[in-house]
Write a protein that binds this ligand. Structure first.
Ligand SMILES: NC(=O)c1ccc[n+]([C@@H]2O[C@H](COP(=O)([O-])OP(=O)(O)OC[C@H]3O[C@@H](n4cnc5c(N)ncnc54)[C@H](OP(=O)(O)O)[C@@H]3O)[C@@H](O)[C@H]2O)c1
Length: 265
């Protein structure tokens, strides 16, 4: 259970991360692309926690897939965060239509960061099964994690099942579909029965399915609510009813990993 910092404005990030840590979160999901890594580092320091008490993730930005660029970008991330290691470093997107389709040399560069201890673990994000198969064929290290879009409208179960088979943990991004699933009648019914907020039901559904989640909120009340998801019951039937909301590809909210080719300025 973590806290995501996508779309947290840089000038608010330190205070937001500090609040999250005060609430009890101990896992921060960040990325170079979010432009707020200095604030993440500052927030952790201001919370007065030892670095070892926080699980910190960053992700390689899309413009830096070439090995030398990746090495420089990783150095910058550690400098911005003000730490000498991250707990998890991911390739943010596979970008198969860029870099001559080569994400394998990007992955072998992340292997260097793991070998020198500056990334305690390495993984990928938005990888489809065929991308994972290519890594398995071409390289020696299995990603610890695949961070993919997952929520009740897009359960992404085939990619998740590949992860289970190959010992790759699934992290589900946009776990409440940026709020879009919260008005869904099935979600509301289950929330009413349990006497909790719809977001709490959906986040608990992820955890019961075995995925890692890190909802984002800039509002302390919601940050607290999203963290307090273990003191109510949700039945197997309710979990199945939420899973049945899946709309397949029509439920995907973000870009498709096979075609996404965004390069930041
Ligand atoms: N790897 C990737 O490509 C990728 C892509 C997207 C996201 N992520 C990661 O996943 C994290 C979470 O995803 P996300 O930020 O896209 O979406 P999300 O967590 O599903 O939803 C965040 C949105 O929902 C609102 N919200 C949060 N808690 C709420 C609650 N209890 N009730 C009502 N509304 C609530 C937030 O608004 P307020 O802030 O106003 O509360 C915000 O607009 C990101 O921060 C990032 O770390 C990764």
């Amino acid at each position: 259970m973590g806290f995501g910092v996508y779309q947290v404005p840089p000038e608010e990030t330190a205070a937001t991360v500090r609040t999250a840590l005060e609430i009890g979160y101990r896992h921060i999901d960040g990325a170079q692309m979010y432009g707020n890594e200095a604030g993440v580092g500052q927030g952790i320091r201001e919370a007065g926690l030892d670095r070892g008490q926080v699980f910190l993730t960053s992700k390689l930005n899309n413009g830096f897939h070439r090995p030398d660029d990746a090495r420089r970008a990783f150095d910058t991330t550690l400098a911005e965060l003000g730490t000498d290691y991250v707990d998890l470093f991911l390739i943010h997107w596979p970008l198969p239509t860029l870099y001559d389709g080569d994400f394998v040399s990007t992955w072998t560069t992340l292997e260097e960061f793991k070998a020198d201890g500056r990334a305690r673990s390495i993984g990928v994000s938005n990888f489809q099964i065929h991308h994972l198969q290519e890594l398995a064929r071409e390289t020696a290290t299995t990603p610890a994690v695949n961070q993919i879009e997952v929520h009740p409208y897009f359960t992404n179960d085939e990619v998740r099942a590949y992860g289970v088979e190959h010992d790759i943990a699934t992290e589900g991004w946009s776990p409440i579909a940026r709020g879009r699933v919260l008005g869904e009648p099935t979600v509301l019914r289950i929330a009413r029965a349990a006497g909790v907020h719809p977001a709490q039901v959906v986040l608990r559904w992820h955890i019961e399915r075995g995925d890692v989640v890190f909802p984002k909120s800039s509002q302390p009340q919601r940050m607290r609510e999203n963290f307090e998801i273990f003191d109510f019951e949700i039945t197997d039937e309710e979990i199945e009813a939420l899973t049945a909301l899946d709309r397949g590809e029509a439920g995907r909210q973000g870009p498709h990993p096979d075609s996404f080719d965004y390069l930041p300025d």
